[in-house]
Design a protein around this ligand. Sequence first.
Ligand code: PBG
Length: 334
Amino acid sequence: MAYAARAMDIRERPRRLRRTEAMRRLVRETHLTPSNLVLPVFVREGATAPVPISSMPGVVQHTPDSLRAAVAEAAELGVGGVMIFGVPAQRDANGDAACAADSILADAVRWTKATTGDALPVIADLCLDEFTTHGHCGVLAPDGSVDNDATLDVYERMALTLADAGADVLGLSGMMDGQVGAVRDALDGAGHVDVTLLAYAAKYASAFYGPFREAVESQLTGDRKTYQQDPANAIEALREVRLDVAEGADLVMVKPALPYLDIVGRVADEVDVPVAAYVVSGEYAMIEAAAAAGMIERERAILEVLTSVRRAGAQIIATYWASKVARLLRTSGA
Ligand code: PBG
């Protein structure tokens, strides 16, 4: 076909909008900004030097000083928030240490608030798995099952401890039924009406949590399939989200992110609260390992992954790359 004839035949040419970087930027639908990113950090009770986590290259268990430095840096880079996990020196069957006013997590919240004040929202993880000798997210019934309602009593006490320590947000990651309502009532009853609840509304029983369990020195044997969701289910995720919003969740999260982008999208369509997604430890480790082996370009892969999570509908992304990416975005001016 003659050139002119072909040109008339193809009137729509999407490539026109891709011709230059400036044109691509003009029509870009999804933007990643530091304020979308939340940095998860681990703080180890009694640590005198940062402890590297071998399955998560570049991530450490912090000391009080290295925590202060990390959160100050995150705030300076405009990161959207920090999410704190404590690694306690002592564990017991009921996770009582989680409710002590001087728990490692409550202390870490205080150290962070004293460093960054209101510049960086502080999310404290509200779950027992780091504090129990058996590693489950709740307390056990005599038959060894995780006792939902008895766990809620402990969550309520832990919530008050963390709110008293100054946490801006509590991350309810235990997947107990009724946890959002129970914690909201406990907080409101104590006058903590402004403490915000981030519900891990759709949290799947995932193989991608492996490195995290090293990071918190989890004592878990077995799995969490009786309380975390079956990876095969999507409708059930919408039910979990609906319940959490009805119970008072201010923010809802889907976790992990990449294998569940369809869920992120469906949840975002469904709710009128901001949606978060957690790019978990195994997703981090996978890309870091492939990049270290020279198989993929690290920075491009990270940006592509995080952009995909935003595109799917998450406004907020919890990622161990938060500060790194904030720095990258600043230098690239993207
Ligand atoms: C449990 C909890 C988990 C993560 C955060 N909180 C996982 C689990 O062991 O079930 C995983 C985060 C990650 O893998 O990065 N409270």
